[in-house]
Design a protein around this ligand. Structure first.
Ligand SMILES: Cc1cc2nc3c(=O)[nH]c(=O)nc-3n(C[C@H](O)[C@H](O)[C@H](O)COP(=O)(O)OP(=O)(O)OC[C@H]3O[C@@H](n4cnc5c(N)ncnc54)[C@H](O)[C@@H]3O)c2cc1C
Length: 391
């Protein structure tokens, strides 16, 4: 005999647990099916084990989506302050790092335990190691085949995340399911991911491990933070951020001297004509980076012997150094996925599919992707609450 629920949620990650807790506490009979052996695995590894659980400044401008307005409603109704209140109500210590990023003082485990406690308050049933083999919609009820059993409910929530970090079991399951019910999917690509360098730019791999504060630019997007040279190319926060905006074949521009203004190199020539390009760059950035940039700029003489025109050209190049990445390190290293279930298919208030009433999609499965810095969890919480209240 099938077991009947008011709602079945697929995935016990950030969004699924939040949604389940909210619906359960509103009196719904909720079942969560989780493929892995335990819930919240990405939460556990997040933020270097301390979970960057929100960003105090999170707003719609911090998200990428084919429809930049879609996330507004859910984000406005469940804010970073709301999540912080929940965290504080459990006595979980937290601190703010740079740029509004909030982390646990202790461990990410506290966030998973808090979410499970919230689920328990709503009598949510959670089944791990649940292999979903088939889903059918019959007479207004979703029938889910799992581990030899059938469970049914009039509402089904897709909260199975995106394909980033397949090593942890992440797949494109959400997209297959969405397509099964006729929903469009915006092509998923890896985001918040290191970029790889090829061609002449492999030279920069020699300085693997060197990091410097830069401004990374791609199109209209611009992120001032550190960049890190790696044995495969470029990483570090500014690069991870810009990777979400980068499209294959495009160039990214790096400002290696964000604080230098005007004709600073001409000023250096005037003040110290015996200085070399290498020595002035060494004053402003790590030595190994300075050496490689000086070599590439090709100003070999002392600054006093270089023409103003050559120095101006070098200044401009250092302000907008163009890299043409050969690719990214892919879903294996991507923190999140850009793209996903098309927002045009969903209600921005409830996350319910317009074409298939009773079907919902939340979290990373949806075509809403946050910046690095706690924004992705905030979307998971907010979209989870939006659906949880509507179930
Ligand atoms: C290394 C790393 C660090 C990160 N750090 C941060 C951070 O500090 N701050 C931040 O905001 N974001 C961070 N993120 C991003 C964040 O983890 C995700 O955006 C967030 O977890 C998405 O929540 P979700 O619930 O949509 O998906 P997930 O948390 O991925 O949950 C999906 C769940 O569904 C389950 N599942 C998958 N397929 C099935 C299936 N077929 N049947 C049943 N269950 C299934 C999965 O096992 C998983 O438990 C990080 C990501 C990574 C990879």
């Amino acid at each position: 005999m099938p077991e009947n629920y008011d709602a079945i949620i697929l995935g016990a990650g950030a969004a699924g647990l939040m949604c389940a807790a909210r619906a359960g506490q509103q009196g719904k009979r909720v079942l969560v099916l989780e493929k892995a052996e335990k819930p919240g695995k990405k939460i556990l590894i997040s933020g270097g084990g301390r979970c960057n659980f929100t960003n105090i400044g999170a707003g719609p401008a911090n998200y990428l989506s084919s429809n930049p307005h879609f996330a507004k409603s859910a984000l406005a109704r469940y804010t970073p302050r709301d999540f912080l209140e929940l965290v504080e109500s459990y006595g979980i210590g937290w601190h703010e790092k740079t740029l509004g990023q909030l982390f646990c003082d202790g461990s990410s485990k506290q966030i998973v335990e808090m979410l499970l406690e919230e689920c328990a308050k709503g009598d949510v049933e959670l089944r791990c190691n649940a292999d979903v083999t088939a889903i059918e919609l019959e007479e207004g009820r979703f029938a889910v085949m799992t581990s030899g059993q059938i469970v049914t409910a009039p509402s089904l929530v897709i909260a199975t995340g995106g394909p980033s970090i397949p090593k942890m079991g992440a797949t494109g399951f959400a997209y297959d399911l969405a397509r099964q019910f006729g929903l469009k999917v915006v092509e998923p690509r890896p985001a918040l991911v290191p970029l790889t360098l090829g061609g002449e730019e492999v030279l920069f791999r020699e300085i693997s491990g060197v990091s410097a504060p830069v401004v990374a630019n791609a199109g209209k997007a611009s992120f001032p933070e550190a960049a890190l040279f790696t044995h495969r190319g470029l990483s570090g926060p500014s690069i991870l951020q810009i990777s979400s905006y980068w499209k294959p074949g495009e160039a990214i521009a790096i400002d290696f001297l964000p604080d230098a203004g005007g004709d600073w190199l001409l000023g250096a020539k005037r003040d110290n004509p015996r200085a070399t390009m290498r020595s002035v760059l060494r004053d402003a950035m790590p030595d190994r980076l300075a050496d490689i940039l000086a070599e590439k700029l090709g100003v070999e003489t002392e600054l006093g012997n270089a023409s103003d025109k050559a120095l101006r050209r070098a200044q401009e190049q250092l302000k907008r150094w163009s890299f043409r990445p050969s690719g990214t390190e892919g879903f294996a290293k991507a923190e999140v996925t850009v793209g996903g279930i098309a927002t045009t298919e969903l209600s921005s208030k409830t996350m319910e599919a317009k074409k298939t009433p009773g079907l919902y999609a939340i979290g990373e499965a949806v075509d809403v992707t946050g910046w690095l810095g706690g924004y992705n969890f905030q979307w998971a919480w907010a979209s989870g609450v939006a659906a949880g209240e509507a179930l």
